[in-house]
Design a protein around this ligand. Structure first.
Ligand code: FES
Length: 111
């Protein structure tokens, strides 16, 4: 089951913007896609660790500020070189004006 934790007020991440948040030692790029909603991916580019959340969000894609790879913020899938591997995407919900992320929604094993 997913456990959601509050990461930021929705008002801190206006539509069309991205913001870096740290929660439980995980750095996330929280992205508010205009007309679509809020998505969260790991704040570390799969190419060379660029801080994705500091890049420019255009529609549902964010551009890595280091070498310019584009990622789909819904899925974490790379859309352009030089990145070829996906980044982790997390489940997000908005409750009472707060953005909440399920950190344990990342794939993988666990107990
Ligand atoms: S570190 Fe992101 S494109 Fe190179």
């Amino acid at each position: 089951m997913s456990e959601f934790v509050t990461v930021a007020p929705l008002s801190d991440v206006p539509e069309g913007s991205a913001r870096v948040v740290e929660v439980d030692g995980v750095s996330l790029a929280v992205c508010h896609v205009a007309g679509e909603g809020v998505f969260a991916i790991e704040n570390r580019c799969s190419h060379d660790d660029g801080p994705l959340g500091e890049g420019e969000l255009v529609a549902d894609r964010i551009e890595c500020p280091r070498h310019g790879a584009l990622f789909d913020v819904r899925s974490g899938a790379p859309k352009t070189l030089p990145a070829v591997l996906p980044v982790q995407a997390y489940e997000v919900r908005v409750e009472d004006g707060e953005i909440q992320v399920a950190l344990n929604s990342a794939g993988g094993g666990g107990e």
